[in-house]
Design a protein around this ligand. Structure first.
Ligand SMILES: Nc1ncnc2c1ncn2[C@@H]1O[C@H](COP(=O)(O)OP(=O)(O)OC[C@H]2O[C@@H]([n+]3cccc(C(=O)O)c3)[C@H](O)[C@@H]2O)[C@@H](O)[C@H]1O
Ligand SMILES: Nc1ncnc2c1ncn2[C@@H]1O[C@H](COP(=O)(O)OP(=O)(O)OP(=O)(O)O)[C@@H](O)[C@H]1O
Ligand SMILES: [Mg+2]
Length: 274
């Protein structure tokens, strides 16, 4: 029962046609840009699966808009390493596949270090490595909003069902954006879209990582969550999983509800019915 309710709430389809799904979502990007009058999109490209897929979709969307409408649309890809990124080659491979109109790099380390230093000075203790990881995600969000404001763009975000279900994103960090074109897809459906696009296999075979902690570089999402994406995807497709997996996912879903909602107001009741 709870599984069905979660699948419905996250809008997951049991099966998809990769071709149609991709075109539908790209069409949404185009319609929304036209509706808002925005000049296009900005997105951080990490070298991981999700930003490779969304970056490609955004680039194709603006190319089509330029042909159909006028020349003002553009996609700006941002490389946002924290100092030197250990898997920079993957990011370069993603960019070679996407071929963005424009790519710029901003090192987020000075800003993140300055924030951590100010915190330590004020509270006489260090920000934990885990919390500094969330500061990295929020710094990336800030940079994308600076670029969006300067060029009249929309910030696109990579959140999808396999992350939304566990709340595996930083609140107001990578979770903050204007539109979420991949919403409702699970991880293997995202993979299927990249395969359909003939993306280099390394872009979708790469181990998913948030890569936010200094002490555990490249920590895999699956290790951090104690769940595999296959388990998460099976659950989201309505398949039977072990009791342990099901209970864990339902627990994650419930305790992260606040991350999928707008800030809680006195008028909100959803939190009081659990
Ligand atoms: N019940 C509640 N109602 C309203 N607000 C509540 C709350 N409980 C906590 N909060 C607030 O939420 C904050 C905690 O949320 P948050 O700051 O997000 O922090 P949190 O959920 O603890 O950590 C974020 C997780 O997402 C992972 N992540 C982040 C970014 C990218 C990726 C990736 O896959 O690429 C993964 C990261 O590795 C970590 O495991 C609290 O500090 C508090 O301010
Ligand atoms: N080093 C980085 N440079 C630029 N953008 C980044 C970087 N790290 C994270 N991001 C942004 O944060 C988003 C969330 O990261 P997340 O790890 O969920 O996605 P991903 O790296 O694209 O794919 P995967 O989940 O398979 O690793 C990315 O899609 C990207 O837009
Ligand atoms: Mg990643």
């Amino acid at each position: 029962m709870q599984q069905e309710a979660i699948i419905r709430a996250l809008n997951v389809q049991q099966t998809i046609s990769p071709d149609e799904e991709y075109e539908k979502r790209k069409g949404f990007l185009k319609s929304y840009a036209k509706h808002t009058g925005a000049n296009g999109f900005v997105l951080g490209i990490s070298g991981g699966q999700d930003s490779t897929l969304l970056g490609k979709m955004a680039q194709e969307a603006v190319e089509e808009l330029r042909k159909e409408e006028n020349g003002r649309y553009q996609f700006i890809a941002l490389r946002l390493p924290f100092g030197k990124q250990h898997d920079e080659d993957d990011a370069n491979e993603a960019l070679a596949f996407i071929q963005p109109d424009r790519t710029e790099t901003i090192d987020i380390q000075p800003a993140v270090d300055a924030s951590a230093k100010s915190f330590a000075l004020a509270f006489d203790r260090e920000l934990s490595d885990f919390h500094k990881g969330n500061t990295k995600a929020r710094e990336r969000m800030k940079v994308q909003y600076d670029v969006a404001a300067a060029f009249g763009l929309l910030v696109i975000g990579t959140d999808h069902a396999a992350e939304a279900i566990t709340g595996f994103f930083t609140k107001h960090g990578d979770g903050a954006c204007d539109i979420v074109p991949l919403y409702g897809l699970n991880k293997r459906q995202g993979k299927a879209l990249l395969r359909m696009l003939d993306a280099p296999s390394s872009t979708y075979m790469k181990t998913p990582t948030a890569d936010l902690e200094d002490d555990r570089p490249g920590l895999s999402d699956e290790e951090a969550l104690g769940l595999t994406y296959d388990e998460i995807d099976d659950f989201l497709e309505g398949k039977t999983t072990s009791d342990k997996v099901e209970n864990k996912l339902i627990h994650y879903y419930q305790v992260t509800e606040h991350k999928r909602r707008t800030p809680v107001s006195p008028q909100d009741e959803w939190w009081n019915h659990k």
